[in-house]
Ligand binder design. Structure first.
Ligand SMILES: [Zn+2]
Length: 443
């Protein structure tokens, strides 16, 4: 028993290394959405607040969420049922309708749900600028400080593409924070998700990890040692937001159709980052267990070192992707390989609920070891192979591309860019299938 507990703890540490994925999701969703005529050519949609949407559809939302609860309990890979007391009931009261809704779908009641657009790097937005503090719950506002943000008001007309792309970054601004009993929040006590299975609850964004990562393809021995690896929820979010988007479209509330679509698409995008679908890319089950054994025998450094390397490689991948794509967008270089990789090709695949695990996540898992090896080969030793280094403290983002070229040459730079483009191309396939399926509900 003791061995199992300790090994489980080790795996938990490994799985907690990092929880961001594609750091600014608009970079990976814009071309995908823009290259789908059914979204790009849609008529402008009328903005409405979440409360307005919910009040206009209160009965239908109540019915849909009740149906969904039964469906999810029956069909999801992992699910902790929603306590009955949180069920959404139509009361006719606008004052607390957003609160009733956040409780029913179990997201952070302090999330902002502001009306705004998030522009691409190098783009200009019109109208009143939006204060990023009105978008995010975090003290560290990250890339929101660098991007054009536009405030919207109810009744404004906006492009469907802009709604989806802006919404696609939103789940990383606080939706899934504090949902567990040990998160130190009052709502976490009520939500029924239990204790946080993995992730570092001490980090400002640490509690969202189990909602943005899904480990569906590990060996049975790893699950036996660390059963909590199964306690993940991105599939639930993808399903919930798909159904809400369909409800919105079916009732002529297209703004919320596109916004919920963007929320759900976020988690599908997370799946295309291999560091979100397997706890230790590049490590076999055996070596993970070996690390656990060493730790148990009194050599905890092996564990610390493994965690540090996973964290460093995860972050370096996101940083490099963000740096090259931000530069491409800033220079309006739409032919850039990463952007072209996101263009949707016909025919668009059919979407099936089980694809999230059996196709989308699986494909990413299969690419994890190769991606890890490319990262190891592309970056200086201190960034990806020296466990005594905390990468985020030594990196200078402006120099990242030059560092790769110096270390791995032009060929190495190209290989790294290809490997990332390949992951992005998978997102264009999975993401377009999701969008296409949702739009079947549009009036
Ligand atoms: Zn995410």
């Amino acid at each position: 028993m003791k061995i199992i507990t300790i090994l489980g703890t080790v795996i938990a540490f490994l799985a907690s290394a990092s929880v961001w994925s594609w750091s600014n999701h608009t970079l990976v969703s814009h071309q995908l959405v823009q290259s789908m005529p059914e979204v790009a050519n849609a008529a402008p949609v009328k903005v409405e607040s979440l409360a307005e949407f919910l009040m206009a559809n209160e009965q239908q939302v109540a019915q849909l969420l009740a149906e969904d609860e039964a469906w999810m309990a029956e069909n999801l890979w992992h699910y902790n049922p929603r306590p009955d007391a949180l069920a959404f009931t139509a009361t006719g009261s606008q004052d607390d309708v957003v609160k009733r809704f956040t409780r029913a779908i179990r997201i952070n009641p302090n999330a902002k749900f502001a009306l705004y657009l998030q522009g691409m790097p190098g783009s200009q937005l019109q109208g009143e600028a939006m204060d990023p503090q009105r978008i995010s719950v975090f003290k560290n506002l990250g890339h929101l400080n660098e991007l054009p943000l536009q405030a919207l008001t109810s009744g404004d007309l906006v492009a469907a593409v802009d709604v989806v792309v802006s919404a696609n970054d939103e789940p990383d601004h606080g939706h899934d924070i504090g949902l567990f009993t040990d998160s130190g929040t009052d709502y976490g006590q009520e939500f029924g998700f239990g204790k946080q299975p993995f992730g570092n609850p001490n980090l400002e964004y640490g509690t969202q990890a189990p909602f943005h990562m899904g480990f569906y393809h590990e060996s049975s021995i790893l699950y036996a040692l660390g059963g909590f690896l199964k306690e993940t929820y991105p599939q639930m979010r993808i399903h919930q937001y798909k159904r809400l988007a369909e409800l919105a479209f079916a009732n002529g509330h297209d703004y919320w159709g596109y916004r919920f679509m963007g929320w759900g698409l976020h988690y599908i995008g997370d799946f295309t980052n291999p560091y979100h679908v397997t706890p230790v890319p590049g490590n076999s089950t055996l070596s993970t267990i070996w690390v656990g054994l060493l730790s148990m025998l009194g050599f905890p450094n092996a564990q610390k070192e493994a965690v540090q390397l996973v964290s460093n490689r995860h972050t370096v991948l996101e940083d490099f992707q963000s740096v090259i794509m931000t530069k491409a967008y800033s220079q309006h270089d739409m032919q850039h390989e990463t952007i072209q990789a996101l263009s949707v090709n016909e025919p668009i695949a059919e979407f099936h609920e089980q694809d999230m695990i059996e196709v989308f996540a699986k494909k990413s898992v299969e690419k994890a070891d190769a991606m890890d090896a490319v990262l190891e080969a592309s970056f200086p030793y201190e960034y990806v192979s020296d466990p005594s280094v905390e990468y985020s403290e030594v990196v200078v983002l402006e120099e990242l591309s030059a560092k790769v070229k110096t270390h791995a040459g032009e060929d190495g730079f190209a290989t790294l860019t290809h490997s990332i483009s390949d992951l992005l191309n998978d997102f264009s396939v999975s993401g377009s299938a999701y969008i296409h399926e949702i739009l079947k509900a549009k009036q």
